[in-house]
Design a protein around this ligand. Structure first.
Ligand SMILES: C[S@@+](CC[C@H](N)C(=O)[O-])C[C@H]1O[C@@H](n2cnc3c(N)ncnc32)[C@H](O)[C@@H]1O
Length: 259
């Protein structure tokens, strides 16, 4: 029986899709086109043999698309139930260059060094964000794609209320706000059912955008850019006062290590 999918609509080799009601498959999504572009810029001879890791890969869709692009692609996911979705995909696509591991992102070091780290929807579920960023930088040769929420500086920002964020505080030397995740201990089986949440930490820390950009640079990504591809052709709506960018304070950053 096929497991249920919560977010990733993946095209399988037999032509079926994992979540057809989405109306589009992940290979058509904005993050895949950004990684394709990064690959063209960084690896003009093609991504063959280059290693990419998708941290907190959920149902494995992005990792699968990166393998289809030609990367040696690893999806890492801490939740057993999500990992089972990944294995379901792995069995239904003929990709020897696609790997999945069931582990905590803090253990990335067990899997060697990667050329690109793809970190989408995970960083805002982390508490010790400075240590985590430095660890990621140590395990990346070339670049990171980081899609994350950041903390607004203004208490009146709508995202403070939307996410019930704490007042602005300093943590690990960074200005930011705490986000409450859950109340479950790490050995509580109910933690697996919170499919999109943090793992062992019950609260996560969102640095402000300037603090996050500074941290990326200090960690070793000396060239940092922001990407807006996730919004499609119209930036006026999403970046306006009522737009997603403003109300959810979520952005996509690209960090590069210059050779
Ligand atoms: C919001 S979802 C994002 C999923 C996926 N990256 C995407 O963008 O579609 C967060 C994912 O990170 C996983 N996760 C949370 N904390 C993790 C950790 N410490 N190590 C590995 N995965 C983690 C969750 O189980 C979930 O699959």
């Amino acid at each position: 029986m096929s497991p249920s999918f919560t977010a990733h609509n993946i095209r399988l080799d037999d032509g079926t899709q994992t979540l057809p009601e989405r109306g589009w498959t992940l290979d058509q999504g904005p993050h895949v086109s950004v990684v394709r572009w990064m690959s063209q810029m960084l690896f003009p001879h093609g991504p063959g043999g280059q290693r990419i890791i998708d941290l907190g890969c959920l149902e494995g869709g992005y990792a699968t698309e990166f393998a289809r692009l030609g990367f040696d692609s690893t999806g890492l996911e801490v939740r057993k139930s999500n990992f089972e979705n990944c294995l379901y995909i792995k069995d239904r696509v003929a990709l020897d260059n696609l790997h999945f591991v069931n582990d905590d992102a803090w253990n990335i070091g067990h899997y060697g060094v990667f050329d690109i780290i793809f970190c989408v929807g995970l960083y805002y579920h982390i508490d010790r964000v400075t240590d985590f960023m430095h660890m990621l930088a140590r395990h990346t040769r070339r670049a990171i794609l980081l899609d994350t929420h950041f903390a607004p500086e203004d208490d009146a920002s709508p995202s403070v209320a939307t996410y019930n964020l704490s007042p602005l505080v300093t943590h690990e030397g960074l200005p930011g706000r705490w986000f409450h995740e859950h109340e479950l201990e790490a050995d509580n089986p109910a933690l697996d059912a919170l499919k999109w949440a943090s793992w062992e930490n019950k609260t996560s820390f969102w640095p402000t955008k300037p603090a996050l950009l500074t941290l990326l640079r200090q960690a070793g990504f000396d060239m940092v850019f922001e990407s807006f591809n996730q919004f499609g052709p119209d930036l006026v709506g999403p970046m306006g006062a009522d737009g997603y960018y403003t109300t959810h304070t979520r952005a996509v950053f690209l960090g590069f290590k210059t050779p």
